[in-house]
Write a protein that binds this ligand. Structure first.
Ligand code: HPA
Ligand SMILES: [Zn+2]
Length: 329
């Protein structure tokens, strides 16, 4: 049995495996500009975040119906469960679908068909986090929040993703204020490719409770001190960092230094179909490359549940933490 863990940084569109992409393309009569799954996999060589995002948005063309989103989410949940994921807080990118004429209701209800009975079907509890695309306008984000209003019983929080540099958190201050007023939890990608100042801005101006990635905090010791003091969780994605070249090789990943500094780090997969592994694969890869011992891995698993948005079900969180504490490697 794998180590029980929560996954807190996972873009559902980033779980689209080449095989499913071609299956959905055929089902929906969508032409993909690749001869087959091998040729598509060949395209998975990224220089940076933007080169990945280009392919990520291109492949979304195959997602059209509720059933597509349901199949996508079920495929992820099955894989995640097999790797010890007991709880998943799942990002989705509605603007990327709305722009293609796929409605908010299709996306949310489709995902919910899988998420709604995931505890029974996969043994994985779930939450849904709606992300705004930071390279789109604040007005577009506000319209997206408005479009989500009929579905807020299914949505736990909001996030901020896509191309980071040049799109500082301050751009979305009013949107996040509106989200908070609706009772939504708040997170944001910051300090993946963008500077440490974006992390500070996300905390101070957007009121986020977790930072997605946050790797570049290590360039600013005072920011590290603050993140430690305020117990702000960071959702790290080690295999993503290597594939998008924010870290040269896994053996040079700052995770051990970050844990030593007292940061509340978690390990996640980001876009597992593109970056070479799901949550358990990320745990295994850092354990091997960074020589993490069992207690370090247990600490990472504990952190994932501590950092999760399970305030609405503390009993469940306590049960998961007890599973981690009694786990034998
Ligand atoms: O890793 C990411 N960073 C920013 N935006 C994203 N959208 C999907 N994955 C990512
Ligand atoms: Zn991400």
């Amino acid at each position: 049995m794998p180590l029980p863990k929560a996954e807190l940084h996972l873009h559902i569109e980033g779980t689209l495996e080449p095989e499913l992409a071609f299956e959905l393309a055929a089902r929906n009569g969508v032409a993909l500009p690749y001869a087959g799954t091998d040729e598509l996999r060949e395209a998975y060589r990224f220089e940076d975040l933007q080169s990945f995002l280009n392919l990520y948005y291109e492949l979304m063309a195959v997602l059209r119906t509720e059933r597509d989103f349901e199949d996508l989410a079920n495929a992820y949940l099955a894989r995640a469960a097999a790797q010890g994921v007991r709880h998943a807080e799942i990002f989705f990118d509605p603007q990327a679908h709305l722009a293609r004429g796929v409605e908010m209701g299709t996306v949310v209800e489709g995902l919910w068909r899988a998420l709604g009975d995931s505890e029974a079907a996969h043994g994985v509890s779930t939450r849904l986090i709606m992300c705004f695309l930071r390279d789109e306008s604040a007005a577009s984000a506000m319209r997206t929040l408005e479009a989500a209003r009929p579905y807020l019983d299914r949505i736990t929080g909001v996030g901020l993703d896509s191309a980071e540099v040049g799109h500082p958190p301050v751009k979305f201050r009013e949107v996040y204020e509106a989200a908070a007023a609706l009772g939504l939890r708040r997170v944001a990608h910051a300090g993946e490719e963008g500077p440490p100042e974006y992390i500070t801005e996300a905390l101070d101006l957007l009121g986020v409770e977790r930072i997605d990635h946050g790797l570049r905090c290590m360039e600013d010791p005072r920011l590290v001190e603050r993140l430690v003091r305020e117990r702000i969780p960071l959702t790290l994605c080690p295999l993503s960092n290597v594939r998008l070249r924010t870290v040269d090789v896994l053996a040079a990943h700052p995770l051990p230094a970050m844990l030593d500094a007292g940061l509340l780090c978690t390990v996640n997969s980001d876009d597992p179909a593109y970056f070479g592994g799901y949550a358990g694969d990320n745990f295994d890869a850092v354990a091997a490359a960074l020589k993490l011992d069992e207690e370090r891995l247990r600490e990472l698993a504990r952190n994932s549940f501590v950092a999760s948005f399970l305030e609405d079900d503390e009993e469940l969180r306590a049960r998961y933490l007890a599973e981690v504490d009694s786990y034998t490697f």
